[in-house]
Design a protein around this ligand. Sequence first.
Ligand code: KG4
Ligand code: ZN
Length: 341
Amino acid sequence: MSRPVIRIVGIETSCDETAVGIVEDGKRVAANVVASSLEHHRPYGGVIPEIAARAHVETIWDVLAQALETAHLSPDAIDAIAVTQGPGLPGALLIGVAFAKGLALSLDRPLIPVDHLAAHLYAGEMTTPGLGSPYIGLVVSGGHTLLCVAHAECRYELLGETKDDAVGEAFDKVAKLLGLGYPGGPVIDRLSEEGRTAIQFPRSHSKQPFDFSFSGLKTAVYNYVKRMAENAEHSLSRQDVADVAASFQEAAVDVLVAKTLRAVQRTGIHRVVVGGGVASNRRLRTRFAEEAAEKKLEVVFPPPALCVDNGAMVAGIGYPLLQRGRVAALSLNADPNLCLA
Ligand code: KG4
Ligand code: ZN
């Protein structure tokens, strides 16, 4: 007799996405519904925590209902509830955790706490059959930039992290100063295709071999743009802006690739998984693909729908965690500072 399928619902509310995914046996995505409150934050040029939390309260029921409908499932067909415990915005995380606890209690199902950063990396595992461990994990998002060794059984060893801005935050801030709106990552990605990478922005290599620092790069872009504006008799042309965007992107990507390759060299681990919102970046994907071909590395990027914050990655990692009994009591609390526990 074949083993029954284990269906896990994953709830993600760490930032501005209210997301619910349903995944079978940690691999097959039956539903992945994401509602973003982005439009409400856009006028402020960044995520406003109170607005994000309120949007989660208002939409989470509908997002769950839509996920169940997409998967053609009734709530009792769900075997366990996984939820992002952290890291993230405290008020936003609390909504997801409280909602998940309510579901676990009412359905009498196990509750699985998930680290958001581990879930970003698991998005690569769930879409790459046969990917072994250990692998080098590079998390690149709006709130985090880190390198780790991911061992079997969802155990992680942190190698280094950013000492100031996260790389996604740097993309967003540079886009803002170029007047490109929020969020900046996707706009810089697109506009860079029209730009030249001739401007030499600094490649900040901090003293620790695996730590990152992006605030110096951001300041260098700021100073460059200020000087250009002062010298120009007219405002910056589209080509000027594209050149700055492309040169900034190249500097950021250079550092991410160089530090990851250093981690590969030091550990002798030739598999890499890149996760988080910035993993959608096309230049980053191309550069890693080139390195992979040249250095015989296996480099895995999840599809873009699983790079942004989503519930499927949370539901997905819930499966190996459940198998290892890593479930929580209903006294579970959000932990805004969690980092690959
Ligand atoms: O992982 P994510 O959805 O949320 C956090 O956990 O922070 O990442 C969001 C970040 C934002 O900073 C956004 O600008 C960036 O990912 N991003 C990109 C691209 N798409 C999203 N950055 C560079 N290139 C992209 N194509
Ligand atoms: Zn994220």
